[in-house]
Design a protein around this ligand. Structure first.
Ligand code: 400
Length: 273
């Protein structure tokens, strides 16, 4: 039947990344020659970690979301011991890699990525999807340098040493680390964390020990180092997002009208790398 995919429809290429629950390969659909990313998840891992419901929810969300800055899930199939997700291929690789390579991004690049993320999150929120686990590991670039949220909520240990498990606290809003009720404004907080990291090369509440990161987040212990020099408009935007009271965080709509975004974000969402 149409849309019934199987492994024989694909030629598998090099591995792109791997995680606790599986790995992802570049692949080509034989008939159309279309390049995709094929994510392979092992059923016995899914059983062992009891994540069937999470996987189903993520797949439902991912296949309904259609936005230029959200990586597409085209379909899926399975065999006896594996589940295969057919994903959009992002040719430019991981924003995380670019950030580590460059140390920090320019104000124009940072504003362009933050505007793209705000657009994607506003779209996700309009589809009642909140709390996308956005961190640099989950942000990819397409062939034109446009940002794509590649996000199944799995923690991945990939080739380049990433934020280890303990580092993952960095992006969580206070109400999440304090295990309080949270709503979609946790994503607004995370945008503030990412904006800071794009401009300074490290997240704002980073600390050697996880407990210290926890304390810095709940205290909103935010400071701006003298180097690299960052415009006061950028600091103003970050300060309006990293606000403890979630009701007082800058809305995504207001973010798009912030002077720093208006002045620096490339409306095409692409980026001169
Ligand atoms: C976000 C983590 C998640 N990843 C995905 O779902 C992923 C989905 C998806 N689509 N396209 C990708 N592209 C790449 O990963 C990629 C990486 C490096 C590349 N380059 C290297 C540098 N060179 C200069 C340019 C080419 C190009 C593409 C990935 S990763 C995951 C989750 C679980 C297990 C594995 C991976």
């Amino acid at each position: 039947a149409y849309g019934q995919w199987s492994l024989k429809n694909f030629e598998i290429g090099r591995p792109l990344g791997r995680g606790k629950f599986g790995r992802v390969y570049v692949a080509r659909e034989v008939k159309s020659k279309y390049i995709v990313a094929l994510k392979v998840l092992f059923k016995e891992q899914i059983d062992k970690y009891r994540i069937h419901h999470q996987l189903r929810r993520e797949m439902e969300i991912q296949s309904t979301l259609k936005h230029p800055n959200v990586l597409r899930l085209y379909g899926w199939f399975d065999d006896d011991d594996r589940i295969f997700l057919i994903l959009e291929y992002a040719h430019g690789g991981e924003l995380y890699g670019v950030l580590r390579e460059r140390g920090h991004l320019t104000e124009r690049e940072s504003a362009t990525y933050i505007a793209s993320l705000a657009n994607a999150l506003a779209y996700c929120h309009s589809q009642d999807v909140i709390h996308r686990d956005i961190k640099p590991e989950n942000l990819l670039l397409d062939h034109e340098g446009r940002l794509k949220i590649a996000d199944f909520g799995w923690s991945v240990q990939s080739r380049s040493k990433r934020h280890t498990m303990c580092g993952t606290l960095d992006y969580l809003a206070p109400e999440l680390v304090e295990n309080k009720a949270h709503d979609y404004t946790v994503d607004n907080w995370t945008l503030g964390v990412l904006c800071y990291e794009f401009l300074y090369g490290a997240p704002p509440f980073e600390a050697a020990m996880q407990h210290d990161t926890f304390k810095r987040i709940v205290k909103v212990d935010l400071s701006f180092p003298p180097n690299p020099p960052v415009s006061k408009e950028a600091k103003d935007l970050i300060s309006r997002l990293l606000v403890k009271d979630s009701a007082k965080r800058l809305s995504l709509k207001k973010l798009m009208d912030h002077p720093w975004i208006i002045k620096n974000a490339d409306p095409k969402g692409a980026c001169i790398q």
